[in-house]
Design a protein around this ligand. Structure first.
Ligand code: HEM
Length: 554
């Protein structure tokens, strides 16, 4: 009897072992297919479709060349930085001024060999590089728009930041979220948020006044980013000054630093295993943030029954009634999405603007004159109607978003094969339209910086700061192709927060200009770089001089 039991146990072990081996074999086959066979097939299809590009290696794709080019550029820059170069002026017409080559040196190099549309690889993920608005239009216009979604590779990578919030949602889920969220950004709701913006900005300006009063130089980027984070935290989920709010805020910032201050081999199979500690830390922070936000949301749900709150969260809670509601989990993800999607982009638009106005005193004076005329002096209230009359400020904002787009690229992934007809100029196939197929799974990387500075699209002054081009053509700034100017993305997924940005930009800039004169400080070193957003490498140092009544025009 005992023998039978042992035999059965041994048999059971063998079956378990065989099961484990079979499972491993299936996993291995799945891995080989996903990491090798499928990308190789896609590569063949892309070549067959006529898309050329730098030769990738397995499993890193073109990442080694990207890393080497970035290192070489950094070395050249640091060599060039001694002795320190003079302050900009970013007005020079020299990328001529090198901005694109400085922020995307590998693209700048590949473009010389392969033109404005080519394929490169991040690990085993194919990316179609696009800096040709005509090609972009052909690939995404009309019904083809529905064939593109957000890249899976970034969705996985950015999960701790955006969860399944609007930026990353797909299909019907995306449509449901967008329908609930978009109305929260209406003009009336935004006007209610102006108070939050004014209070936070007044605090920042008081701090600047301390430094400026003692003749000091201020890193305006630092202050503006902090200010924008405070504004978005209060405008999104009403956290201001309380302990829970401060904790969410710090953790959100810590997570962002964790996720984007290192090069994490995006697209390389199993790369997460090389960053176990960072991945775990991001996950842990994500859990803590979620718990804090859930508490805020629950409290708000209870308070809302007593009818209060004007922030985005309250509006979402109210707006969702009667429609398919957002769950607490979904609300948490949207709060994080607003925070990450909304504060740095706006802050960078403002920071680059302050630099441009400091480097272009004539525009600084013109905007100050407009602000004082339309809104009154420092103590006068800033109402939405007056802000709406700041026409020149609108041109300046558009021009800054052209030269220094905070979102320097837009990405998509083909959800199915995209059969398109490409115009002749698109790939240099002289003369005739030709049809081509972008295989399912291919990612698309739209190089917004390159398009915004392309002299073929904008003319010879493409690299110069000339806000008046938006005076002549407020929507496109005179760009020769419709999809050549994309600071807020394109199609149905265009930025949902752009009106909030426009409001915040006007409030903050008007308050700064009513209070200070701006000059570029000798410490400032002009070195834009990309870390998710297009940002200055080492802050923006400006000399601020308080404006006294005698300085103002009568
Ligand atoms: C200067 C400021 C901003 C810039 C440059 C900017 C840029 C962008 C870009 C390029 C996209 C991608 C569009 C696409 O894929 O085609 C986007 C989407 C988005 N932005 Fe912004 N954004 C800004 C401000 C904001 C603000 C203030 C918020 C919210 C508070 C926000 C929330 C979002 C969301 C939720 C999406 C996803 C929309 C969707 O997929 O339906 N953004 N933004």
């Amino acid at each position: 009897m005992e023998v039978v039991v042992v035999g059965a146990a041994a048999g059971g072990n063998q079956v378990a072992c065989a099961g484990a081996v079979a499972a491993l074999a299936v996993l291995l086959c799945g891995f080989i297919y996903a990491a090798w066979l499928s990308p190789a097939a896609t590569r063949r299809r892309l070549r067959h479709a006529g898309f050329d590009g730098p030769r990738p290696s397995f499993p890193f794709g073109n990442l080694p060349e990207i890393t080497a080019t970035l290192k070489a550029t950094a070395t050249t820059k640091s060599r060039g930085a001694l002795p320190p170069p003079p302050p900009p002026p970013p007005s020079s017409s020299s990328d001529e001024d090198g901005t694109h080559a400085a922020v995307f040196p590998y693209f700048a190099r590949w473009r010389q060999s392969f033109g404005k549309v080519f394929v490169y690889w991040l690990g085993t993920e194919p990316f179609l590089y696009v800096a040709d608005p005509g090609f972009l239009k052909s690939a995404t216009a009309g019904a083809l728009g529905k064939r593109w979604g957000k890249p899976d590779v970034f969705r996985r990578d950015r999960m701790p930041m955006f969860g399944r919030g609007l930026v990353m949602a797909e299909g019907d889920e995306w449509a449901r979220h967008r329908n609930i969220i978009a109305p929260a950004f209406s003009a009336t709701n935004l006007a209610d948020m102006a108070g939050v913006m004014r209070r936070a900005t007044a605090r920042m300006l008081d701090q600047w006044a301390g430094a400026a009063g003692s003749g000091g130089v201020v890193d305006v980027e630092k202050g503006v980013v902090r200010n924008a984070a405070e504004i978005i935290a209060e405008a999104s989920f009403g956290i201001a000054g309380d302990e829970a709010g401060a904790r969410v805020f710090e953790k959100l910032q810590a997570m962002q630093a964790m996720l984007f201050q290192s090069n994490r081999l995006v697209g390389v199979p199993l790369a997460r295993l090389l960053h176990v500690r960072k991945t775990y830390e991001a996950w842990r922070l994500g859990r803590e943030i979620d718990a804090l936000l859930v508490r805020i949301i629950d409290e708000r749900r209870q308070r809302r029954q007593a009818g209060s709150g004007k922030d985005l969260l309250s509006l979402l809670l109210a707006g969702a009634e009667g429609k398919a509601k957002l769950t607490t989990r979904e609300l948490v993800d949207e709060c994080k999405t607003f925070f990450f999607g909304g504060h740095e982009t706006t802050a960078l638009a403002l920071s680059w603007t302050l630099l441009m106005l400091a480097a272009h005193p004539e525009w600084q004076a013109a905007l100050r004159e407009e602000v004082l005329r339309e809104t009154g002096d420092e103590d006068a209230p800033l109402d939405a109607a007056a802000l709406g009359r700041l026409t020149k400020m609108g041109w300046v904002m558009s021009e800054v978003l052209r030269l220094y787009p905070p979102s320097p690229n837009v990405q998509r992934q083909a959800l199915e094969d995209v059969e398109m007809v490409a115009a002749p100029a698109d790939q240099g196939k002289g003369g005739q339209n030709h049809s081509t197929t972008i295989p399912r799974g291919t990612n698309m990387w739209v190089d917004v910086v390159a398009m915004h500075r392309d002299t073929e699209l904008w003319g010879e002054d493409a690299h110069e700061f000339r806000p008046e081009r938006f005076g002549r053509d407020p929507v496109q700034g005179g760009c020769r192709q419709r999809m050549g100017y994309l600071p807020f993305g394109f199609g149905g997924r265009i930025c949902v927060g752009r009106n909030l940005t426009a409001m915040e930009y006007r409030v903050v800039l008007a308050m700064v200009l009513r209070r200070f004169r701006l000059e570029v400080a000798p410490e400032y070193r002009h070195a834009p770089r990309v870390m998710l957003s297009l940002r200055p490498s080492a802050g923006i140092q400006l000399r601020l001089t308080p404006i006294v009544d005698d300085d103002l025009p009568a």
